[in-house]
Design a protein around this ligand. Structure first.
Ligand SMILES: NC(=O)c1ccc[n+]([C@@H]2O[C@H](COP(=O)([O-])OP(=O)(O)OC[C@H]3O[C@@H](n4cnc5c(N)ncnc54)[C@H](O)[C@@H]3O)[C@@H](O)[C@H]2O)c1
Ligand SMILES: O=C(O)[C@H](O)COP(=O)(O)O
Length: 586
């Protein structure tokens, strides 16, 4: 008599329509349950049995669901956007979230072109009218794409693909993307513009291809629509929320915008009597139900992509596109983790403090990152390199773009035109209160430094004068780790310790009495509480020319309990002696 030992196989749940091509890769090793139409309650009641969960955009992977997911190791998003996944909560639970950042790019780009032509030639309206037994050739005259200007907001993967196709139509291509790679733009015949205003004014067709992040949310509202040509047509195959839907309906009603092709909405499916449903119902709108990625080919691509990653993760290997990437391997974790956090924060601080608000934003900057002291003898700095790239890009790419890990960081940096030189120094750091520290030095190109002096962070008129001497200076951020906690110890010419965490207001001002009171009063009036404050005087080692306020300046760093509005920042710099201010969230 023989006995077969029953070993239970890991289980994977698929509550949405995912292409079978990828699922076939799972079936040898795992039990795959395809269960569509589950309510949130039903999903929660069964999720505890599963090691893997594969979703598209409809399943809401909430903190509550993840709390109940006792065995879950991976959430795989068969597509790009992870806005339906609570990534922070997944990270807290040690669950890796992966996606497929490029499997559906072509599908989204082709859908954009389909909407553009449908809007240009009244295809939706004409089809409905003809099916209703009408023959309205006179009413349904369209326009051609050839010779028209296509304005592209967001020249990333989808935006560039749209540009390449539209180039074949004989369209003039312009784009606004402060972080675009100029070489790729030029190769696609796209002229990069330095302001959104120029794009709005010149576009016959305007198409959006950015992620939905703070800087893009509501970026096209009534004021922006009012600057566009009344013959302009708008396309959105990116995310709902970037266009103010009510404002677009009003502009279409008033005839100040000619038409729109929209695939994505603020509520999906749209609720009755919502702004999304009013937009969909508008006669000048061609609407599709989030179909950008819905082609057979794209669904095969994303399915295979994420299923391969599920296999990797459940076999204990690194995935290629983890959204909450383990940029550090387990054996390196103990030594490097606090420095990974530090370097990521330094990168993020750089992007937010130096590039937000610039007329010309760019990473055409060369970064030197110098690891000193004990860090100088590391076997590998790959996780720190990846952390820097992640920190630099995170503030501008949202969770959609966070697939940065030790495998892909170098390629992603190159794609963005980010040049990073790593240097190690084992030199004695005995004069320092810490055994290792990291310096990030950005050598700004001429165009960037010019932009800084023109617009920069919010600057007071008197600051323009004192900013001048900084134009060609390197930008420096220095930090160290103490008790596993990251600290910033230098920001440009200022030396002072602060913890890079939460929302920080950074003000450069005359180091005179009363400044703290002024800032405190203005924040108090705006209902913003100060959690901590640090004053950084000029760095003692710095003897470079610092302008006519030399030796008399300091940096004030305030940890605040909520974001500080632009109006408050403007009032701050209107104060005598406050030169510039920026708000960063780390
Ligand atoms: N409708 C669909 O089914 C569908 C399918 C695929 C992708 N998408 C969406 O399309 C969008 C673009 O995807 P992608 O893969 O090209 O992303 P991407 O990250 O490759 O490109 C986004 C670009 O936006 C730029 N950007 C960021 N902030 C900006 C700002 N404030 N102003 C101007 N540009 C800014 C970035 O520099 C980047 O180049 C995403 O929102 C994605 O979720 C939708
Ligand atoms: O983010 C994406 O990949 C697209 O919006 C597609 O979403 P879908 O998988 O639900 O079609």
């Amino acid at each position: 008599m023989s006995y077969a030992v029953q070993v239970s196989r890991p289980k994977i749940l698929i509550p949405e329509k995912v292409s079978p091509d990828g699922l076939a890769l799972l079936k040898d090793q795992f039990d795959v349950d395809e269960k569509k139409g589950l309510t949130p309650g039903e999903l929660k009641s069964i999720i505890g049995e599963y090691e893997g969960l594969i979703v598209r955009s409809e399943t809401k992977v909430t903190a509550d669901l993840l709390e109940a997911a006792r065995k879950l190791k991976v959430v795989a998003r068969a597509g790009v956007g992870v806005d339906n996944v609570d990534v922070v909560s997944a990270t807290k639970h040690g669950i890796i979230v992966v996606n497929s950042p490029s499997g559906n790019i072509n599908a989204a780009a082709e859908h954009t072109i389909a909407l553009m032509m449908a809007v240009a030639r009244n295809i939706g309206d004409a089809s409905a009218s003809t099916k209703a037994s009408k023959w309205e050739r006179g009413r349904l005259v369209g326009i051609e794409a050839k010779g028209k200007t296509l304005g592209i907001i967001g020249l990333g993967k989808v935006g560039l693909t749209v540009a390449r196709i539209a180039n074949g139509f004989g369209m003039r291509l312009i784009a606004y993307d402060p972080y675009a790679n100029p070489t790729l733009a030029a190769a696609a015949s796209v002229t990069l513009k330095s302001s959104l205003a120029e794009i709005l004014k010149e576009s016959d067709f305007l198409t959006l291809h950015t992620p939905l992040i703070a800087s893009t949310k509501g970026m096209i509202g009534a004021a922006e629509l009012a600057t566009m040509k009344p013959t302009a047509r708008i396309l959105n195959v990116a995310r709902g929320g970037m266009i103010d839907e009510d404002a677009l309906v009003a502009a279409l009603d008033a005839g100040t915008i000619a038409g729109a092709g929209i695939d994505v909405f603020t509520s999906e499916p749209p609720q009755t009597d919502s702004s999304a449903s009013r937009l969909i119902a508008h006669p000048k709108v061609v609407a599709t139900p989030h179909l950008g990625a819905s082609t057979k080919e794209a669904q095969e691509n994303v399915s295979i992509d994420v299923c391969e990653q599920v296999v990797s993760i459940l076999s204990g290997e690194l995935p290629r596109s983890a959204v909450n990437a383990p940029i550090i391997l387990p054996e390196e974790y103990r030594t490097l983790q606090p420095f990974v956090t530090l370097v990521e924060k330094m990168g993020s601080l750089y992007t937010q403090h130096y590039t937000s608000g610039l007329a010309i934003k760019s990473f055409r900057t060369t970064f030197d990152i110098i690891y000193e002291g004990k860090l100088g003898s590391l076997n590998t700095t790959k996780p720190l390199f990846a952390a820097l790239v992640k920190g630099l890009l995170t503030p501008i790419t949202s969770s959609d773009g966070l697939n940065i890990n030790i495998v892909n960081a170098e390629i992603l940096a190159k794609e963005r035109g980010i040049l990073i030189n790593e240097q190690r120094s084992r030199e004695n750091v005995e004069d320092k209160p810490y055994a290792s520290f990291v310096t990030l030095r950005a050598r700004a190109s001429r165009s960037v430094s010019n932009a800084r002096s023109e617009v920069g962070r919010s600057v007071s008129p008197s600051a323009a004068r004192s900013l001048k001497p900084q134009e060609d200076e390197d930008q420096v951020i220095q930090g160290f780790v103490s008790g596993n906690k990251p600290f910033i110890s230098r920001l440009d010419r200022f030396k002072g310790e602060f913890v890079p965490r939460g929302t920080l207001l950074i003000c450069r001002n005359y180091d005179t009495c009363g400044k703290i009171g002024v800032v405190g009063t203005l924040l108090g009036k705006a209902g913003v509480n100060i959690n901590f404050m640090s004053v950084a005087p000029l760095h003692e080692d710095i003897d470079e020319g610092v302008g006519d306020v030399e030796g008399n300046e300091s940096l004030m760093i305030l940890g605040v309990d909520k974001p500080v509005g632009d109006d408050v920042v403007k009032s701050l710099i209107a104060e005598e002696g406050v030169f510039e201010a920026s708000v960063v969230t780390l």
